[in-house]
Design a protein around this ligand. Structure first.
Ligand SMILES: N[C@@H](CCC(=O)N[C@@H](CS)C(=O)NCC(=O)O)C(=O)O
Length: 208
């Protein structure tokens, strides 16, 4: 059994989507970051950087923070949703791209374009431009591919919940048709629809 500590955000949803895809039992613990629950001492023992998601594997006692590490751990443990051979490294490349660029930059876009509009023109232009650039990079990569690295896998699961907030990023997915088709392919999956609503139902997955 996996204990999942999470909230209604893209980084949390990556892990609940993978757990639903794997079909393994897991127990959800809500950490409401709007109420500073991520700073509770018992949570900090599992996730010392005070961020969700985090897991504890009850079988081994191992605790992990950082969504990329958690995706790799669970996929390796169950030997699923990992590409093989060279495609493994393509998958790692796009997982790192999400962890180092797509996630952090879009997080800033949410901050300035969705929640703090009007505070800084500079930041709005910077993160709006960067969001569009990142979607363009992904769009070029997905031209002629159904998924980012071979079959559907953890790199797709890492990118998808960030793309699901395209409206917050001033992005129209119709401007990025290969991303839009990939997005629709993934949003059709029952496990994605279920995992997206963990730890609670907030909104439906937006459609372009
Ligand atoms: N690199 C981390 C980022 C996690 C992260 O930024 N989590 C946010 C929610 S999406 C959070 O817990 N924020 C609370 C805080 O910063 O206090 C990961 O991918 O797990």
């Amino acid at each position: 059994m996996i204990d999942l500590y999470t909230w209604t955000t893209p980084n949390g949803r990556k892990v609940s989507i993978l757990l639903e895809e794997l079909g393994v039992p897991y127990s959800v613990h809500s950490i409401d970051i709007g109420k500073d629950e991520q700073f509770a001492p018992e949570f900090l023992r599992i996730s010392p950087n005070n961020k969700i998601p985090a897991i504890v594997d009850q079988e081994t006692g191992l605790s992990l923070m950082e969504s990329g590490a958690i995706l790799l751990y669970l996929a390796q443990k169950h030997d699923r949703f990992l590409a093989k051979g060279d495609a493994y490294w393509r998958m790692m490349e796009w997982l790192m791209w999400q962890m180092g660029g797509f996630g952090p930059m879009l997080g800033q876009a949410h901050h300035f374009l969705k929640f703090n509009r009007g505070v800084s023109d500079y930041a709005e232009v910077r993160y709006g431009t960067e969001a569009a650039r990142l979607y363009s990079v992904l769009n070029t990569h997905l031209d002629g591919r159904d998924y980012v690295a071979g079959d559907y896998g953890i790199a797709d699961m890492a990118i998808f919940p960030w793309a699901a907030r395209f409206e917050w990023q001033d992005v129209d997915l119709n401007d990025f048709p290969h991303v839009r088709d990939w997005y629709l392919r993934i949003s059709d999956r029952p496990a994605v629809q279920k995992g997206y609503q963990v730890p609670k139902f907030v909104t439906e997955i937006p459609m372009p």
